[in-house]
Design a protein around this ligand. Structure first.
Ligand code: ADP
Ligand code: MG
Ligand code: ZN
Length: 732
């Protein structure tokens, strides 16, 4: 079925303006192009690879509705909540709704007021539902978790079998199957069942580059665990245990040691399970100590670690369970505690199985698991080898076996500086402020608190902010200090820390290796602001009864804390901020950032510094409006110039002025991100008053139009009247 091609610029536009992303993950662009071209697709991509976007984005551009088949009610609700927060017309229909609500939603579908409809397979294939769908145009069927259709898959759901009826009923629609785990056999099964033999196949890598694999000997496991958790008070994580009783026992012990943990297993009442899962999603519970009953349906993107407290039974299971960490692409850990005792214990269990075949398979799987755990080779490489994939090179971070053992260095002096700085300020301040004091910052906050008069003021100048952040992290991790959210992240000195200060206890830390991913450069993270933004997000999420990650991901908040956007236009430049979110929640976060900048005198990233004098405000003239409308419809400046019989430079002028007037233009369609940065730096060097010196400074490869547009874009930062003060001391 030939479809009019959707221009790539429009796809990119939607990616940015609706989803707030600046670039595609691997394969996404090709998959989306195929779907928009009316092709069937088969997509195998690891957990967190970003499969949803591959049908959600096309759904907005296709003529007609997209129907998504999903196996779990909870998953449907989560995805629809997230889409609605982006301003997308999405809804779901399943058995959790009462009849009146169901009818309302069906009516919306009939009115064609829905672009994305989530539905369970068994309802989808009823006669009345099929009839409703035939009366509206369905452009695309996305079958999510498609391995559920195969008896050979690890999660067979008989109701998925019914889907083979759809092909006949909708000969004009195209189909896509999406899954994260499918052996060759399962792949063939999916294709046969859904008649996808001619589909374009996209097979992603099993490699999860952001996961760090580590195996630790299971001795004093609890102490090791607590040491690990201490440095991650604000992180969400899962700890898998084999036995239900163990999850209860361990979570109890963690709670009594001050951690925010809960247990989860199949022995709990349904309601109780649902509540605990919900609490985990909403960050009310940080650590879930669970059996593998806690599995499908957890698509919380910011799970920072998965610990296996006991040996898993197979490597495939381990890959899937560990894979629940780091869906958002941020660095996350998979840690396994291995002991020979566990191995012996499970072998005995297996020997009690009645069927010889079963025993054989189970023994083989357990052997592979134990071999992997005991191996001294690269864990990533051997895990991928299990899935017939070859790893090229060593991505970083990789695994414990690849990490060069680094020498421990004496950090007693700086540790004392930091701990005594915390003491002298009454243990009431967070990391960012303590580092400010140690490094002798002249920020308003330090001065107004009189902290520049402390003896510790400025004694840590010799170390970079990044190095101090490393030191604090390690001190927290090793228990010399602690920090709690409910205490506003004020840094407290522990008994161990006291021994360093007063009893001559030494502090040895492994120096960060050179290639270790420490944040570097001018945009070092402002931890205190980051925590503040997280608190705002949590409040907002609770008010809206949504998980915090639906508002913004950590990565997005971190970028805000690094770059300090202070206007809505700047906010839109942050990864993860689309139009809808900027509009509905933007001001809350902007206000906090503006206030932070005012309070601390922190410098925004060069890209966000205002340049030149504030522009005059005249409003858009009709001719500018015409240019703008055409641009927003997807035309390029050259096309607009040709269409309107005007010079290209005139059109670029219109767009520049529109930007200065505060119109939220998709600047990435005009100037590449690299160029925005380079031009921004040039402007910082030579000033913004005249274009010519900027062009001369830049050298070849830049046009007046581009420079004009970037200058306008940077000027947009002054659109908010309440900001004059903030920028009072920035260089013009
Ligand atoms: P999958 O279904 O493949 O496991 P998801 O579709 O749930 O993965 O996506 C995982 C996470 O990645 C989500 O939080 C999503 O917002 C994010 N994501 C997807 N595509 C992109 C992208 N192009 N840029 C940034 N983040 C993305
Ligand atoms: Mg998914
Ligand atoms: Zn490795």
């Amino acid at each position: 079925m030939p479809a009019d091609p959707v221009p790539d610029s429009q796809v990119l536009d939607t990616l940015k303006s609706t989803f707030g992303f600046t670039s595609f993950r691997p394969l996404q662009a090709d998959i989306i192009r195929s779907v928009l071209g009316g092709q069937d697709v088969f997509v195998l991509m690891p957990t967190g690879g970003g499969k949803s976007l591959c049908y959600q984005l096309p759904a907005l551009l296709l003529d007609g509705m997209t129907v998504v088949v999903s196996p779990l009610i909870a998953l449907m609700k989560d995805q629809v909540d997230a889409l609605q927060a982006l301003g997308v017309k999405a809804t779901f229909i399943n058995s959790s709704l009462d009849p009146a609500e169901t009818n309302r939603r069906l009516a919306a579908v009939a009115r064609r007021a829905v672009k994305l409809l989530y539905v369970a397979p068994e309802r989808l294939v009823t006669a009345s539902f099929l009839q409703l769908l035939s009366s509206v145009r369905v452009a695309f069927f996305a079958i999510d978790e498609a391995h559920c259709i195969s008896e050979w898959g690890h999660d067979f759901r008989p109701e998925y079998r019914l889907l083979n009826r759809l092909r006949e009923a909708f000969p004009d629609a195209s189909f896509g199957a999406f899954t994260a785990t499918a052996t060759r056999r399962v792949q063939a099964d999916i294709k046969a069942q859904l008649s996808l033999q001619k589909a374009a196949s996209f097979l992603g890598s099993y490699n999860r580059a952001n996961l760090f694999y580590e195996v630790r000997p299971k001795s004093s496991a609890y102490r090791q665990l607590v040491g690990y958790l201490n440095g991650r008070r604000q992180a969400s994580g899962i700890i898998y245990c084999q036995a239900r009783a163990e999850t209860e026992r361990l979570s109890e012990r963690l709670r009594s040691d001050g951690f925010n943990a809960a247990a989860y297993h199949a022995g709990l009442e349904n309601d109780e399970r649902r509540q605990r899962q919900e609490a985990f999603k909403k960050d009310n519970v940080r650590i879930m100590v669970a059996t593998i009953a806690f599995g499908l349906g957890i698509d919380k993107p910011d799970v920072r670690f998965v610990v296996h407290y006991d040996l898993p039974k197979s490597l495939e299971g381990y890959y899937q369970e560990g894979g629940r960490a780091g869906r958002d692409g941020d660095p996350s850990d998979c840690i396994l505690f291995y002991s020979y005792g566990d191995l012996i214990k499970y072998r005995r269990f297996i020997d009690e199985k009645p069927s010889e075949k079963e025993r054989e398979i189970a023994h083989q799987q357990l052997r592979q698991m134990a071999d992997w755990a005991r191996s001294t080779e690269c864990r990533r490489r051997s895990l991928l080898a299990y899935f017939d994939e070859t790893l090229e090179g060593h991505p970083h971070p990789c695994c414990d076996n690849c990490r060069m053992p680094s020498k421990e260095l004496d950090y007693t002096e700086p540790a004392k500086m930091l701990l005594s700085c915390a003491k002298r300020t009454g243990e009431q301040f967070g990391t960012g402020h303590l580092i400010d004091v140690l490094r002798g910052s002249r920020s308003q906050r330090v001065l107004s608190l009189g902290h520049d008069r402390l003896t510790v003021y400025g004694i840590g100048r010799g170390r970079s902010r990044t190095e101090w952040e490393f030191i604090v992290r390690e001190l927290l991790r090793r228990g010399y200090a602690r920090q709690r959210e409910e205490e506003f992240n004020a840094l407290k000195v522990t008994e161990m820390g006291g021994a360093v200060l007063f009893k001559g206890q030494q502090v040895l830390l492994a120096a960060p290796s050179e290639d270790e991913a420490l944040p570097t450069g001018p945009a070092a993270l402002r931890l205190d602001l980051f925590e503040e933004l997280r608190a705002i997000r949590k409040n907002l999420a609770d008010d809206l009864s949504l998980p915090p990650y639906v508002i913004f991901h950590d990565k997005t908040l971190r970028q805000m804390a690094e770059t300090l956007p202070t206007s809505r236009a700047q906010l839109l430049r942050i990864e993860g901020v689309g139009q809808q979110k900027a509009m509905s929640y933007g001001n809350l976060f902007l206000d906090a950032i503006v206030e932070y900048v005012r309070r601390t005198g922190a410098e925004p990233t060069p890209m966000f510094k205002p340049v030149g004098a504030p522009s005059r405000r005249v409003g858009l003239t009709p001719t500018m409006r015409q240019t703008l409308d055409r641009f927003n419809e997807g035309q390029t400046p050259a096309e607009i110039a040709a269409g309107r019989g005007l010079a290209l430079s005139t059109i670029e002028g219109h767009l520049a002025e529109a930007l200065e007037e505060g119109e939220p233009l998709a600047i990435e369609r005009l100037v590449s991100e690299d160029k925005v940065r380079t031009i921004g730096l040039a402007i910082a060097e030579v000033g913004a008053d005249a274009l010519k010196p900027i062009i001369e400074h830049l050298g070849e490869g830049y046009t007046y139009g581009e420079v004009r547009i970037v200058r306008a874009f940077l000027n947009q930062g002054q659109a908010r009247p309440d900001q004059t003060q903030v920028y009072a001391k920035s260089p013009a």
